[in-house]
Write a protein that binds this ligand. Structure first.
Ligand SMILES: [Zn+2]
Length: 78
């Protein structure tokens, strides 16, 4: 699966990663309740940096031509 290509712009939601093994992760769509989750700005630094490592399960390819300044709040939890 090559969802991302070199040079793609990616957005990462605040839920940076989850364990994938607990009842919430295995129930599908409730990873935000995972007791072992990592959340940028809460348990992990780097959410507002220009570059960061990301778990591809919680990252999204941003289409070309998007207005980064206008649409960046789509990845903000507030
Ligand atoms: Zn979990």
């Amino acid at each position: 699966m090559d969802y991302f290509r070199k040079g793609d712009l990616a957005g990462v939601q605040p839920l940076w990663t989850a364990c994938g093994r607990c009842e919430y992760c295995l129930s599908g769509g409730r990873e935000n309740l995972c007791p072992n989750k990592q959340v940028t700005g809460e348990t992990l630094d780097g959410g507002y940096s220009e570059y960061m490592l990301a778990d591809a399960r919680y990252a999204y390819r941003i289409p070309a031509g998007i207005d980064e300044t206008r649409d960046a709040p789509l990845f903000c939890p507030v």
